[in-house]
Design a protein around this ligand. Structure first.
Ligand code: IFM
Length: 484
């Protein structure tokens, strides 16, 4: 696959280049130093939930290889590293006493990053809810939001003098809809009303947690949230297909953007989902709590979606592929959308089955810019899974990943040319890792991990990305093999 877009675009000198990971996907050491169980430990230990029965027990051993991994980041010249904190390492049962060894681990990581000049960008929640909180009701329960605020306060006190940006949540869409509606992610529940309650309590937790962080650290603290906003197109311009797209936009994006940035749920969402829930979980004052000022909105982008109206309502249990290429699910993640059909998109595709469409990223950034003109944006995840091989020369020539990054980074530049205020880009991911329901079968890293030895090998994309960071200019795809 060759690149479809020009090379050589120059980015501003202060543009933030980073890479991202998440605790459960890389750390391992799930029972060490007082860490409590998370919903992903329980879920992945349940037969049939994760491909090949893989779990995060060892992952890529980052917990014991932090120094090596930070040295690798430094070798790329990264400006920033986006990592997540495992709540069950800090509060093993999700509330009460703090586990000092857990705090020490992240404190050491942050110090190591600062020593090599890398800004620590911390995400408080990337899906590893303490199992004890799920046992008490999980995200459909309002109390979980208050527990999150306590935990956010603990982290602000412990690391607030050194962390540059606090991200409350990564992709609450996945936590709510994949975790509680389709059940393909932990905790694996399948209830659309619960999923919408989870949406609200995740939003509420963002507001409560963000407020606690600002109270602890002062008004200048940088607060963000990362969303996986859906770029969905209608199959035709028929009123029915356009209506299908409207409803997906509302339940995928509006339920987050509305309360977070406009201080209200879109009225259409309430009407669209009235058959599922009456939204009585939204209490007076919640919307003011949620609607805190954001310093930057994190945008995760991988692919686009295509929908049409269907006269044959979706039958639960028919194994229809999920909207993002996620595992076939007996239950749709989308509440009140059984008359909406997701259509396959033309290739090329990544190993996730996701289509490759950089134009969707430009479009998304420009739409956000238009809707929220003063709001700085950052691409907090973008990248591609491919089935990489180690070649006879010992290198990983991941040309398709280089090409994907090349085109998407150019698409970011195009949006900036057209006015979008994009401050940074974080490649997903630094390392191959535990790809949730796909276990270790899908590799997103720019660094390969040998899952038998945990040895790290820099792929061509890693050398290519380092060159981009060094020059601020997009290298050609062909250059990737010559670098390193
Ligand atoms: O690996 C995930 C990550 O945890 C969240 N965003 C999407 C990535 C690829 O599926």
């Amino acid at each position: 696959m060759t690149s479809l877009r020009p090379s050589g675009r120059q980015f501003p000198a202060d543009f933030l280049w980073g890479s991202a990971t998440a605790s459960y996907q890389i750390e391992g050491a799930t029972t060490e130093d007082g860490r409590g169980p998370s919903i992903w430990d329980t879920f992945s230990a349940t037969p049939g939930k994760v491909l090949n029965g893989d779990t995060g027990e060892v992952a890529v051993g980052h917990y014991h290889r932090t120094a090596e991994d930070v040295a690798l980041m430094a070798a790329h010249g990264l400006h920033a590293y986006r990592f997540s904190i495992a709540w069950p390492r800090i509060q093993p049962t999700g509330s009460g006493a703090v586990n000092q060894k857990g705090l020490d681990f992240y404190s050491r990581l942050v110090d190591q990053l600062l020593e090599v000049g890398i800004d620590p960008v911390a995400t408080l929640y990337h899906w590893d809810l303490p199992q004890a909180l799920e046992d008490l009701g999980g995200w459909p329960s309002r109390d979980t939001a208050y527990r999150f605020a306590d935990y956010a306060g603990i982290m602000a006190k412990a690391l607030g003098d050194r962390v540059t940006i606090w991200t409350t949540f990564n992709e609450p869409w996945c936590s709510a809809y994949l975790g509680y509606a389709s059940g393909v992610h932990a905790p694996g529940r399948e209830n659309h009303a619960d999923a919408l309650a989870a949406v609200h309590h995740l939003n509420l937790a963002h507001g409560l947690g963000g407020r606690v962080i600002r109270e602890t650290l002062g008004e200048d603290t940088q607060i963000s949230i990362t969303l996986n906003l859906h770029v969905t197109r209608a199959a035709t311009s028929s009123p029915e297909d356009l209506e299908a797209k409207r409803r997906i936009d509302a339940v995928a994006n509006g339920v987050f953007l509305g309360p977070l940035l406009d201080g209200a749920y879109p009225a259409e969402v309430m009407a669209d989902t009235a058959e599922v829930t009456d939204w009585s979980f939204v209490h007076e004052g919640d919307l003011e709590t949620i609607n805190i000022p954001l310093d930057v909105l994190g945008v995760n982008y991988y692919a686009t979606g295509l929908v049409r109206h269907s006269d044959t309502p979706r039958v639960p249990g028919d194994g229809t592929p999920g909207p993002d290429g996620h595992k076939s699910s007996p239950q749709s993640p989308w509440p009140a959308c059984d008359d909406i059909e997701w259509l396959p998109l033309p290739g090329p595709h990544t190993a996730m089955g996701w289509n490759i469409e950089p134009e969707g990223l430009t479009e998304l950034l420009l739409e956000l810019h238009e809707a929220y003109p003063g709001l700085p944006l950052a691409i907090t995840e973008n990248g591609a899974a491919f089935h990489d091989e180690v070649s006879a020369d010992g290198r990983v020539h991941d040309e398709r990943r280089v090409s994907y990054l090349h085109d998407h980074i150019d698409a970011v530049g195009e949006a900036m040319d057209k006015g979008a205020d994009v401050r940074g880009y974080f490649v997903w991911s630094l390392l191959d890792n535990f790809e949730w329901a796909y276990g270790y079968d899908r590799r997103f890293g720019i660094i390969r991990v040998d899952y038998d030895t945990l040895e790290r090998i820099r792929k061509d994309s890693s050398y290519w990305y380092a060159e981009l960071i060094r020059t601020g200019r997009i290298p050609t795809v062909e250059q990737a093999t010559e670098l390193g």
